[in-house]
Design a protein around this ligand. Structure first.
Ligand code: G1P
Length: 311
C-alpha cells in the first residue's frame, strides 16, 4: 500500500504576482475550491491517507483550510447550509495532515528532502500542486497501480512540443512496454531542445522509493542553481532501481500562471453539473461576437486594400 504523499507547497508563486503577494498560489480558486483541495481529493481517491505538506512563510491558511471551523459550521448549520463545506469536512475526517517548513528556498529536491523524517521504508507519492490533472481516472491512482505491479518508481509524463522541453524534466527511454508505459534510461532537468533525450516531459506526479532521500542527501545543485528532484531520481536509477514513466490519461494544466488557471477553470466548469450549461452558453456567445469581430476586421482590411477606407 502507498498511503503517504508529499506536497511541496513552499514556492513564492512569482509567476502569479501580485495575486500571490499574500495569498498562497495553492489557495487560488478553481471554481469553488482552492487548487490544493483538488490535489488532496486526487490523493484520497488514489488511497493516500496522510499528506505531508511542505510549506513556507505566509502559507498558514492552507492549514486553516484543512481544519475545523466551529463558528462557521454552527452558522451554516443554523441556516441548513452545511453542504457548502461538506466536501472539505469530509477530507478533514478522512485524511491526516503533517505540515513542515522548508527553511530555505533551495529547490524542489530540497523541499522533498525536508519531509524525510516522516517517511519509513515505504514508497511515497509526490504531488506538485501547480499541476492539476483533469480526467476520469485520478492520475496518482494510475501511477500507484504501476508502482505496485512492477515494484518500481514511476513518474508521470506527457508529450510536449520540443521547443518547450527546457521548462521540464525530460526522460530518455530504455524500453517501451505499451503505448503509454516506458522504462527510463535517463532523466535530464530543463534540457536545451538540442540536448533533450525525447519530448516526454515529467509532470507533477511521482511514486518514489524511500531511497530518494538518500539520493537527496547529496544536495547536488542542478539546473537553475537548485536541488532538483529529477537529478535525485537519476541517482536512484544509477544505483540500480527501476524507474518507469507513464504517459498519463487526462488533461494537465499548469495553474502556477494566470492563463493556466483560467484554462483549468473553464475546463472544470464545462464538466461541472452546476456550471456547465451557463459556461457553454457564455462561451458560445463570445464565439459569435468573435466571428462578428473577425468579419468586421476582414471588411476593414478589404476596404483598405481597395482604397475605399483610409486612416
Ligand atoms: C518541476 C520539475 C520538473 C517538472 C515540472 C512539472 O519544475 O522540476 O522536472 O517537469 O515541475 O511541472 P518547475 O515547474 O518547478 O520548474
Amino acid at each position: 500500500m502507498i498511503t503517504k504523499a508529499i506536497i511541496p507547497a513552499g514556492g513564492l508563486g512569482t509567476r502569479f504576482l501580485p495575486a500571490t503577494k499574500t495569498t498562497p498560489k495553492e489557495m487560488l480558486p478553481l471554481l469553488d475550491k482552492p487548487a490544493i483541495q483538488y490535489i488532496v481529493e486526487e490523493g484520497i481517491q488514489s488511497s493516500i491517507k496522510t499528506f505531508i505538506v511542505v510549506t513556507g512563510k505566509n502559507k498558514s491558511v492552507i492549514e486553516d483550510h484543512f481544519d475545523t471551523y466551529p463558528e462557521l459550521e454552527n452558522f451554516l448549520h443554523a441556516r441548513k447550509k452545511d453542504d457548502l463545506i461538506e466536501g472539505v469536512n469530509r477530507i478533514i475526517n478522512t485524511a491526516n495532515f503533517i505540515y513542515l517548513r522548508q527553511r530555505e528556498p533551495l529547490g524542489l529536491g530540497h523541499a522533498i528532502w525536508t519531509a524525510r523524517h516522516t517517511i519509513g521504508k515505504e514508497h511515497i507519492a509526490v504531488f506538485l500542486p501547480d499541476d492539476i490533472i483533469v480526467g476520469s481516472t485520478p492520475c496518482m491512482a494510475q501511477l500507484i497501480q504501476i508502482a505496485l505491479q512492477e515494484k518500481c518508481n514511476v513518474v508521470a509524463v506527457q508529450e510536449v512540443p520540443i521547443d518547450q522541453v527546457q521548462n521540464y524534466g525530460v526522460i530518455g527511454i530504455r524500453k517501451q512496454f505499451s503505448p503509454n508505459l516506458f522504462q527510463i534510461k535517463e532523466l535530464v532537468e530543463k534540457p536545451h531542445p538540442t540536448d533533450a533525450p525525447s519530448n516526454l516531459a515529467i509532470i507533477g506526479r511521482y511514486v518514489l522509493s524511500h531511497n530518494i532521500f538518500n539520493a537527496l542527501d547529496e544536495m547536488k545543485i542542478g539546473a537553475g542553481g537548485e536541488v532538483q528532484l529529477t537529478d535525485a531520481i537519476q541517482t536512484l536509477l544509477l544505483s540500480g532501481e527501476k524507474v518507469f514513466a507513464y504517459k498519463i490519461q487526462g488533461t494537465r494544466y499548469d495553474i502556477g500562471n494566470p492563463l493556466g488557471l483560467l484554462k483549468a477553470n473553464i475546463d472544470l466548469a464545462m464538466r461541472h453539473p452546476k456550471y456547465a450549461n451557463d459556461v457553454i452558453d457564455y462561451l458560445t456567445s463570445l464565439d459569435r461576437e468573435l466571428l462578428i469581430m473577425q468579419g468586421k476586421v476582414a471588411m476593414l482590411k478589404k476596404s483598405r486594400i481597395s482604397g475605399a477606407f483610409k486612416i
